[in-house]
Write a protein that binds this ligand. Structure first.
Ligand code: SF4
Length: 78
């Protein structure tokens, strides 16, 4: 099971901080969902901050595939 899902999109988003290079593409695509923290690593601020397709787009824009999205049936991205 994918763990706790967000109330609206019914997804869970994880950022692999070891992979993240702080490019900010995810923040550019979905600024209500992701932000860069003090270490220039992306973190999730609100998994429901944009429609799921925009979250997927943001994950797809990550140059190092550090964003993982899950829904009730398992892996949504990648
Ligand atoms: S797009 Fe990927 S590498 Fe860039 S800040 Fe977001 S998670 Fe990190």
């Amino acid at each position: 099971m994918p763990g706790e899902l967000s109330p609206e999109n019914r997804i869970r988003i994880e950022v692999d901080r070891a992979l993240c290079i702080g490019s900010g593409d995810c923040v550019d695509t979905a600024p209500e969902v992701f932000e860069l923290d003090a270490e220039d690593k992306a973190r999730v601020i609100d998994p429901d901050g944009a429609p799921t397709d925009v979250v997927i787009e943001a994950a797809g824009n990550c140059p190092v595939t550090a964003i993982f999205v899950y829904d009730e049936s398992g892996d949504l991205y990648p």
